[in-house]
Design a protein around this ligand. Structure first.
Ligand code: NI
Length: 142
C-alpha cells in the first residue's frame, strides 16, 4: 500500500464556547479559544490517500487533482471564514479541530472516487497551530 499526501492551507476564525456553561467554566476549559470576540488560526490540512498505483498512470491519485479537490471542497468554504457562523457543515457543532477533521473526511471521502480509481482516503491531519494537530482515520469499522 502506498500513501500519498497533499498539504493545503487556510486561515479561519472561531471560538470554542459551550452555551450551557458559565463564562468562567468556558474560560477554564477552553482558555484563549473561548475569547468572546473570536480569534484566528493558520490551519495546515494534510490529506492522505492510500492504494496501489494505477497501472495506466503509476499514480495512486493525481496530486494536481487532489489539490484542486481539497481547495474547491474545503478551503474555499472555510478560508477567511468564521467557522462558528459562516460554514454550513459546522452548524450546530463545536468548532474544534477534531470536529473539523471529521467533517473534512466526510466531504472528501464522498468526492474522492471522482478523481481516482484506486485511491481510498486514509487520513485527515489538521494542524491548528504548529504544535497542536489532530488526525482522523475515518469511522470505526468492525
Ligand atoms: Ni482557537
Amino acid at each position: 500500500m502506498v500513501h500519498v499526501s497533499r498539504k493545503e492551507h487556510f486561515n479561519a476564525a472561531h471560538k470554542l464556547y459551550n452555551p450551557v456553561w458559565s463564562r468562567e467554566k468556558n474560560e477554564e476549559v477552553f482558555g484563549p479559544c473561548a475569547n468572546e470576540n473570536w480569534h484566528g488560526h493558520n490551519f495546515e490540512l494534510i490529506v492522505t490517500v492510500k492504494g496501489l498505483p494505477d497501472p495506466d498512470t503509476g499514480f495512486v491519485v493525481d496530486l494536481k487533482k487532489l489539490s484542486r479537490l481539497i481547495r474547491q471542497e474545503i478551503c474555499e468554504k472555510v478560508d477567511h471564514r468564521n467557522l462558528n457562523v459562516d460554514v454550513p457543515f459546522m452548524a450546530g457543532k463545536m468548532a474544534s479541530t477534531e470536529n473539523l477533521a471529521i467533517e473534512f473526511w466526510n466531504i472528501l471521502a464522498a468526492k474522492l472516487p471522482s478523481i481516482t480509481r484506486v485511491g481510498k482516503l486514509h487520513s485527515i491531519k489538521l494542524y491548528e497551530t504548529p504544535r497542536n494537530f489532530v488526525e482522523y482515520f475515518g469511522p470505526q469499522t468492525a
